[in-house]
Design a protein around this ligand. Structure first.
Ligand SMILES: [Zn+2]
Length: 409
């Protein structure tokens, strides 16, 4: 029996992209763990022929994904912090947020964003399931509740934390129970409150071949038209949308209660029309995508093999989830990439899941002087090339997907 769509429950029978068997992308291993068995799960995205939600099949361990040692601290990316600060400025002004407002963030991580509302005197609450980052947020003065979000959590918190602004960045795509999550937002939102959510745009994933953004923590791959359907099913509607450059092309949607008097911006219909023109409501467009993924795997391997045959030493930069998808799907281990560098001390001295490529401090680059630095978080390519400009001192070069894999001198 086929799996059921996590939104509309229709049977899922069409494959969008099959990336084989893969370990959990954020399961960085200690050197001791690297000698034990390691679980691999199917990494296969399907598309619903009824609502066009692209989604991963259910597999065994959703709750464990956000375990206490969850290693991603949002505050380690300087460009992401700057993006968040600009967002806080813009929302404070547009919606007149003040000391009498309440801002609630879902999956508030280490308080990377809410800290800017705190600095402006706007009361906040973070809701974050992972203990390590929730504690880090508390330490920097960002009130945070350590819980998963859904209807039950919203009902418990609505008395003290009904939201004028309810936001979530890169969380909507990550929730296993999409209906419970969006239903919870409806409960927690004040009658005239505003929801903003950012998520990678499925239209960009297809157009720019960003298949490496498919990984187990990322359950849904969202278009505007699909999110409109999901919100409508829960008594919410979208009144504005912005396209952002983050994560290779994201949407920021603005939602409110269906009964709210907020007028709808022309941007919503305009983008929905562009999505339809791009084939996002045509099952054949989704069904054809998988062959592009297979073709690019061959291109990436050919590219790296040519560099190795030329005697080049290749190391990686970054240890993002998308890097783990790429390395595991392409079968790239230390035979191609000797190690990868990451600023996050929680990842250093571990190895990447599956490939077991060691993660080291970026300081290693200066002493080691590799020929090629393969930038795995391609969405941060410009920022990283700037940080690593010193690599050029010894003639080192950079490689990144944009979307085709290429060299940058
Ligand atoms: Zn569906």
């Amino acid at each position: 029996m086929p799996a059921a769509c996590r939104f509309c429950a229709a049977p899922l029978t069409t494959v969008f992209a099959d990336l084989g068997m893969s370990p959990i992308a954020n399961d960085y291993l200690t050197p001791e763990q690297a000698n034990a068995m390691e679980p691999f799960y199917p990494l296969r995205a399907l598309v619903c022929a009824s609502c066009f939600l692209v989604q991963l099949e259910d597999y065994s361990r959703a709750e464990a994904l956000f375990a206490d040692d969850y290693a991603y601290f949002s505050s380690y990316s300087t460009s992401w912090l700057a993006h968040s600060e600009r967002y806080v400025e813009a929302m404070t002004e547009r919606f007149g947020l003040s000391a009498s407002s309440k801002v609630v963030e879902l999956a508030s991580n280490d308080g990377y964003l809410l800290q800017y509302f705190v600095a402006r005197g706007v009361p906040v609450l973070g809701i974050e399931p992972a203990a390590s980052v929730a504690q880090a947020a508390q330490l920097k003065g960002v009130p945070t509740v350590q819980r998963f979000f859904g209807v039950e959590t919203a009902s418990d918190l609505v008395g003290e934390a009904a939201a004028d602004l309810l936001l979530g960045n890169n969380v909507l795509a990550h929730v296993p129970d999409l209906n419970d999550f969006v239903g919870g937002m409806r409960v927690l939102l004040k009658p005239d409150g505003v929801i903003t959510m950012e998520f990678p745009h499925l239209m960009r994933l297809i157009a720019d071949n960003q298949w490496d953004t498919i990984y187990h923590e990322h359950f849904s791959y969202l278009s505007l038209v699909t999110v409109q359907r999901v919100f409508a099913a829960h008594g919410l509607r979208l009144f504005d949308v912005e396209e952002l450059p983050t994560h290779g092309g994201s949407l920021r949607i603005f939602g409110c209660h269906a009964a709210s008097l907020r007028s709808e911006s022309a941007a919503v219909d305009a983008l929905a029309e562009r999505e339809r023109a791009a084939g996002l409501e045509d099952l054949a467009v989704y069904a054809a995508y998988g062959q592009r993924v297979v073709a690019e795997k061959r291109d990436i391997l050919e590219f790296l093999i040519a560099l190795k045959r030329d005697g080049q030493r290749i190391v990686g930069y970054g240890a993002p989830a998308k890097g783990n998808t790429l390395l595991n799907y392409c079968g790239i281990g230390t035979d191609f990439v000797e190690y990868t560098c990451d600023l996050n001390p929680h990842k250093q001295d571990h190895v990447l899941p599956g490939t077991h490529i060691p993660i080291v401090s970026p300081d290693r680059l200066r002493t080691d002087r590799p020929d090629i630095v393969f930038i795995l978080p391609w969405n941060l390519k410009d920022e990283i090339i700037e940080q690593l400009a010193f690599v050029r001192e010894w003639g080192g070069r950079f490689v990144a997907r944009t979307p085709d894999i290429q060299l940058f001198s």
